[in-house]
Design a protein around this ligand. Sequence first.
Ligand SMILES: *Cc1c(COP(=O)(O)O)cnc(C)c1O
Length: 367
Amino acid sequence: MDGDTTLEGDFGFGRSFTPHMATARFHAGRGWTATEVVAFAELSLSPAAMVFHYGQAIFEGLKAYRQPDGTVALFRPEDHARRFDRSAQRLAMPVLAPGAFTAACEAVVRADGDFVPWQPGNSLYLRPMLIATEAGLGVRAAGEYLFVVMASPVGSYLASGARSVVVWASVDSSRAAPGGTGSAKCAGNYAAGLTAQQLAAAHGCEETLWLDPIEHRWIEELSGMNVVFVQRGPGTPRLVAPPVGATVLDGVTRRSLLNLAGGLGYDTVERPVALDELLGANAFTEAVACGTAAGVVSIGAVHSAAGEVVIGDGRRGPVATRLGAALAAVQEGRAEDPTGWRVPVTDVAQPRHHACPGLGRPSGRTP
Ligand SMILES: *Cc1c(COP(=O)(O)O)cnc(C)c1O
């Protein structure tokens, strides 16, 4: 890692990688090779590799967290593994051998355990991906694929470390449509959202808030995060979550928050939310965006062609704060884990040294 990158400082998300990666190859007829841990290195591919032409590329994002006793745990790897399989099937790619996804993530953590940060809030981000490597320009599902898991120590996803974002509600373009690839975590979904992201930036917003592709009325999600709204009734606060499905990715973080909500005294309901309702006066006290990379982030304001609204006081709200803290406590091993979300990684090498500045193992702290 570069000596001048620190987790606390101004380093980009996912720009520094650990020394190892896991790889496996698929060949139609021969099936999958065993997963190998190799040095992190550039890939060598034919310019005719089908991923470059017809876009068979999927990925996942999950995190490994340092636990109070110095061990390391992955957060809900099997949920990410199942979604990876679903994404693969949607793009006519082979699913991994059973257990291979989590085993590959564990192998990278085991090899590069020194790079799992010690500071609460920081973690080792794992990026599994699957791409079509067969060379050939015929349009069909490829017969050869490469699976890679790389790892990057990360702090806060948002550049400023800010905990609230301003979003632009997009009515000109759509992220997903029924029957399309919206429920798959595929590279093309992101490429297709980049012009909307530029438009959002031109309106002074950091993220795109996607609406349904037919009426441009119902709120779906951000480009890489789900959204949940908070309604403060006469009684307990209620979390209102737009349903996931064909056009909204089924986020692990969203499901985790809805699951934790009851323990914090919040009701939950999954129902469609119209942009009009969000823009209406005081409909919601908070809007919360959530995903593995950024965690739990408040949406401070929504801008759109139809007008703009500040949500709450525009800053991180109390429900987002409590939800984020409750989730982090489970991830970082400071709370009970009744549903078995934490998967301990065995035989992780104990830290021998500060692997890079900013990993932040407090001196004098014994595991
Ligand atoms: C990855 C992603 C999310 C968040 O999913 P998590 O499992 O919570 O990380 C939400 N929406 C989209 C479009 C995504 O790609």
